[in-house]
Design a protein around this ligand. Structure first.
Ligand SMILES: [Zn+2]
Length: 126
């Protein structure tokens, strides 16, 4: 899936994703060593949702990965566990597609509203 992620965070999208997670009680652990093939993960442990982000992400990638993991937290928190991450079957593929669609929508909405804010700042003469 092709997701349109801004190349820099001038729009503050990454910051807003962190805020969104915070509001939902999701704890984010950036700069984690997750190995070579995992860029982010969502775990639900002791009733607290946690997202780990790899230390090897560019800003561009971090926006996508965090949005995708927020999708897992929102849609699949009860189902996602480490065993599932290591599985490759139809069920795995379907939840990955759902998380990708969630990420695409979330990034679109945040990009749009960031544009509106920017416009308002210009109109306000700042
Ligand atoms: Zn995923």
């Amino acid at each position: 899936m092709n997701i349109d992620v801004p190349k820099n965070d001038d729009s503050g999208i990454l910051h807003r994703l962190f805020e969104l997670a915070h509001k939902r009680g999701i704890k984010i652990f950036p700069n984690q060593d997750l190995g070579e093939n995992i860029f982010g993960l969502c775990v639900n442990f002791d009733g607290i949702k946690r997202i780990g982000l790899s230390s090897r992400l560019s800003l561009h990638a971090a926006i996508y990965v965090l949005s995708h993991e927020l999708g897992h937290c929102q849609l699949h928190a009860a189902k996602v566990n480490y065993a599932l991450y290591n599985k490759r079957d139809n069920y795995y593929d379907s939840i990955e597609q759902q998380a990708d669609r969630f990420a695409a929508k979330l990034i679109k909405v945040l990009s749009r509203s960031a544009g509106v804010n920017h416009q308002m700042n210009i109109d306000g003469g700042q």
